[in-house]
Ligand binder design. Structure first.
Ligand code: PEP
Ligand code: MN
Length: 362
């Protein structure tokens, strides 16, 4: 008796009441005409809602996003060509698996991200000089990396630490891409610099410290450039997905999530690698997940273990710090791998990838 009462009250609480629906997905019938689809969009937009159109091979779906007001489900449900309506009750909408069941995948410089093959991004924490980034680019490419990382604008805890070379660093990255063919990923820290960084970078990195810099999220969303969104060091998974939502809400679909460790009571490692977050984010979202075992551990000795574990947990790729001479690095030397160690790790990671029915292409 008690149990059934409890069940009833829980199901009542979670019943999708119409007034709570702020977004729904309109699934169009296979035989729906272009006019039917245009009519649904026109109706929703006339009523003041934003729409999101996605035409797949088999189905066309139209996301209708409310601004806090309930979306009127019945009226759209009666329109010609509409097959069914699915409400999205999660606070993150476009980022959710309800919105898109299949994994998001896209191509960057010939590399599929979010597909069967894992993507490897590697390079120094900071671009320190022309020769340093070019030497590292060749070394990581030789070892099997697909994308070159390197920070030109660095978010440092101390204002007296090396802050990055700025545009000069971006130019060296572009030269390294020219020489090796590797696409580049680099961090952008402020909205005003988004256009400049887009001129050089193939992927914009949003750092952990800026995960909730909403002006920056809007700016990278509008840029339509691919984005790697690091998880904030004290952020909930839900907050991380809400930040992705900011970017996606601008129609920028090429978003990757990156787990880079969170703050816990443990101090032996720099952060605690939240391996759970990879499984949880994959379950909740269709976006690709990139593991960052370098920042997650903070010590090069543990990078390989965390890297291999992330692949087993379902990561779609990794971003790993590699420096030709870690002892002399201007940032994050303690967690940077020497190129030879990175090369060995790539071989080991490939074996783990194959064991979980993934691959790391050469
Ligand atoms: C980095 O990639 O060098 C970096 C600063 O990362 P995070 O934002 O995760 O600390
Ligand atoms: Mn770093």
């Amino acid at each position: 008796m008690r149990e059934s009462y409890l069940f009833l009250s829980i199901s009542f609480l979670y019943l999708p009441s119409l007034s709570s629906i702020q977004m729904m997905i309109v699934i169009m019938a296979a035989q729906a005409t272009s006019k039917n689809k245009a009519d649904v969009i026109a109706w929703a937009e006339d009523a003041g809602f934003d729409t999101h159109f996605s035409e797949g091979e088999e189905t066309t779906i139209i996301g209708v996003i409310g601004d806090g007001r309930p979306v009127v489900k019945e009226q759209i449900g009666r329109m010609p060509g509409v097959e069914r309506i699915v409400p999205i009750l999660k606070p993150f909408k476009i980022a959710s698996r309800e919105f898109k069941q299949k994994n998001t995948h896209f191509n960057i410089g010939g590399h599929e991200i979010g597909g069967k093959g894992l993507v490897l991004m590697a390079g120094p924490c900071s671009v320190e000089s022309r020769s340093q980034i070019i030497e590292t680019a060749h070394a990581v490419k030789e070892a099997g990396a697909h994308i070159l990382r390197g920070g030109a604008y660095k978010p440092r805890s101390s204002p007296y630490s090396f802050q990055g070379l700025g545009e000069e660093g971006l130019k060296y990255l572009a030269e390294a891409r020219e020489e090796t063919g590797l696409p580049i990923i680099t961090e952008v820290m402020e909205p005003a610099l988004v256009p400049l960084v887009c001129e050089y970078a193939d992927i914009l990195q949003i750092g952990a410290r800026n995960m909730q810099n909403y002006a920056l999220l809007h700016a990278v969303g509008k840029s339509q450039h691919p984005v790697l969104l690091k998880r904030g060091m004290s952020s909930l998974i839900e907050e991380w997905l809400m930040s992705a939502e900011y970017i996606l809400s601008h129609g920028n679909t090429r978003v990757m999530l990156s787990e880079r460790g969170i703050r816990t009571f443990e101090t032996y490692t720099r952060n605690t690698f939240d391996i759970n977050a990879i499984a949880v984010a994959k379950h909740l979202s269709h976006l690709p997940i990139i593991a960052d075992p370098s920042h997650a551990t903070g010590k090069w000795e543990y990078v390989a273990a965390a890297a291999k574990a992330s692949i087993a947990a379902g990561a779609d790729g990794l971003i790993i710090e590699v420096h030709p001479n870690p002892a002399e690095a201007l940032s994050d030397g303690m967690q940077s791998l020497k190129p030879e160690r990175f090369a060995k790790l790539v071989t080991d990671m490939r074996r783990v990838a194959l064991a979980v029915d993934r691959d790391i292409t050469k």
